[in-house]
Design a protein around this ligand. Structure first.
Ligand code: CO8
Length: 263
């Protein structure tokens, strides 16, 4: 596995089949500038295409996952520039183009676009002391990278409305209680380790089955139950054309450990 070296990201491969991306713009608390997003999208795309990788972990520092979109970069843009240039559109790549599971490990501030980026991941882990929020209302705007949709789907309308219209922060403990995060950890280090362990487990399964699992769960966010169940069944049927379905079920019947072909 070979990634180019980035200016605003660190990348590493700390466990089997796992790519770790660490946002690395410490002086601006990982504020999400366009150059940072170009690098993030490049790294995600390369890891997604890399056959040796089964899952991706995205994290920041102990102090900040990301303190939001870069306010200084966007403060002077006009409507024409925003609309004409599809401002923010490329921020959605992680949610809509990456097929491998992405796990966000959130420590410190995850505000505005930082909270939205964390929510774009397939699974979120956080530490108790993480600080989440959608403070855009305080800047005279609203969430622009999916916050109003993903937060509402995750925690319900009344609470999401309250948070988005007040700009109030909430903690990692609350994020887990409300179901926004799948797990909460005592410390930032445990949070990142927990995410890496989870990623390694996912990467140990058939890539093709994991890809299908991600696809069908995500469809549940868009389809009604009946259409969703029908979609799931089609994908399930399709897996009987994969080598790994034969490998997995044969190994079970023979009481062996499956050796996945990922095909
Ligand atoms: N943009 C640009 N610079 C930032 C940002 C940001 N979002 N957040 C922090 N910084 C910079 C500060 O300006 C400061 O720089 P400098 O040293 O040059 O003055 C440096 O980071 C350190 O920050 P502070 O000195 O403020 O650190 P504190 O510990 O005092 O405070 C806070 C930390 C509370 C996190 C504070 O920095 C803060 O309130 N930041 C802004 C949070 C915010 O409002 N975020 C939402 C931004 S709007 C947004 O995200 C819209 C989303 C639209 C789409 C996004 C797509 C993903």
């Amino acid at each position: 596995t070979d990634l180019p070296s980035y200016e605003l990201l660190k990348t590493s491969f700390p466990k089997n089949g796992v790519g770790l991306i660490t946002l690395n713009r410490p002086k601006a608390l990982n504020a999400l500038s366009s150059p940072l997003f170009l690098e993030l999208n490049d790294a995600l795309k390369r890891l997604d295409a890399d056959k040796s990788i089964g899952a991706i972990v995205l994290t920041g520092s102990e102090r900040a996952f990301a303190a939001g979109a870069d306010i200084k970069e966007m403060k002077d843009i006009t409507f024409s520039e925003a609309y004409g240039g599809d401002f923010i559109e490329m921020w959605s790549n992680m949610a809509f183009q990456i097929k491998k599971p992405v796990i966000s490990a959130v420590n410190g501030y995850a505000l505005g676009g930082g909270c939205e980026l964390a929510m774009m991941a397939d699974i979120m882990y956080c530490s108790k002391g993480a600080t989440f929020g959608q403070p855009e209302i305080k800047l005279g705007v609203i969430p622009g990278a999916g916050g109003s949709q993903r937060l509402t789907k995750a925690i319900g309308k009344s609470k999401a409305m309250e948070l988005i219209l007040t700009g109030d922060n909430f903690s990692g403990t609350q994020a887990e209680q409300w179901g926004l995060a799948a797990k909460v950890f005592e410390t930032p280090e445990e949070c990142v380790n927990g995410a890496l362990t989870l990623a390694e487990k996912i990467a140990s399964y058939s890539r093709i089955a994991v890809k299908a699992g991600k696809e069908v769960v995500n469809k549940s966010q868009e389809l009604g139950v009946r259409e969703g169940v029908e979609f799931e069944r089609r994908v399930f049927h399709g897996l009987f054309g994969s080598k790994d379905q034969k490998i997995g079920m044969t190994a079970f019947a023979e009481k062996k450990k499956p050796e996945w072909s990922h095909e």
